[in-house]
Design a protein around this ligand. Structure first.
Ligand code: FPP
Length: 237
């Protein structure tokens, strides 16, 4: 097998298994999410240290609103707490935070937290941490289609001139490179409405490890596996 020693420029993670982690310990699901936030912190620091430039994490999907209200409330509170607890360290480490997703459904308090972490880390040049919050690929693509249709209707764009680039540039991720590696924890093998357009040429890594147990070592294993892959982009070597 072809082996290299490359650090993926952009890693995206579906952080799954917080609930099962909590259940195994007889704890409340919200404690699993708190442990998940600690794992995220460790993973962010490890990724930045390894030279990853972009790390995107699926923190709250549009489908997650359907969870029990108490769990949704706990997750929203965790976002605010996470911002408060981690902004100074992220800024000090040169990690810039950006949010993708539809923010219109978040409370003013949550939106204020998100604006704060984005503005207070905006100068970070070591790595960008992208938090996908109230995000789903289908809603992102729907929004992009609406935006493009409005431009066509206004006569700014010819329908035949719509290219892959037009679509990429209409997504939340317009200014970001596509992910090279997508990791999903907890033994699930689905994309769950995450970065469907952007994942076209991504490599996938699945692990049985539950998200709260993920960290530097697991990240290293995922990168090692990535280095055994032969990325051909549909071409012949
Ligand atoms: C999936 O586990 C995890 C989530 C829905 C939430 C992920 C959020 C965090 C890790 C915290 C991030 C915090 C900030 C501040 C961005 P699950 O609940 O689906 O687990 P289960 O499948 O075992 O029930």
């Amino acid at each position: 097998m072809d082996r290299h020693n490359v650090i993926p420029q952009h890693i995206a993670i579906i952080m799954d298994g917080n609930g099962r982690w909590a259940k195994q310990r007889g704890k409340d699901r919200s404690e699993g999410h708190f442990a998940g936030m600690m794992a995220l912190k460790q993973t962010v620091m490890a990724a930045a240290q390894k030279g990853v430039k972009w790390l995107t994490v699926y923190a709250f999907s549009t489908e997650n609103w359907g969870r029990p209200q108490a769990e949704v409330d706990a997750l929203m509170e965790l976002v605010c707490k996470g911002v408060e607890m981690n902004t100074p360290d992220l800024a000090a480490q040169g990690v810039r935070v950006q949010v993708i997703g539809d923010r219109s459904r978040f409370s003013d308090i949550v939106n204020a937290s998100l604006n704060r972490i984005e503005s207070q880390t905006a100068m970070g040049e070591i790595m960008t941490l992208v938090l996908a919050l109230n995000y789903s690929s289908r809603s992102e693509l729907t929004m992009a289609v609406q935006q493009i249709a409005r431009r066509v209707a206004a006569g700014e764009l010819q329908a035949d001139a719509i290219s892959e680039q037009t679509i990429s540039q209409s997504l939340y991720t317009a200014a970001m490179p596509d992910p090279d590696l997508i990791i999903r924890t907890s033994g699930e093998y689905r994309l769950s409405n995450f970065l469907m357009w952007q994942a076209s040429y991504a490599e996938f890594y699945f692990t049985d490890t539950l998200w709260p147990d993920f960290g530097e070592e697991e990240l290293g294993k995922a990168i090692e596996a990535y280095n055994t892959r032969d990325r051909r982009y549909g071409l012949v070597k």
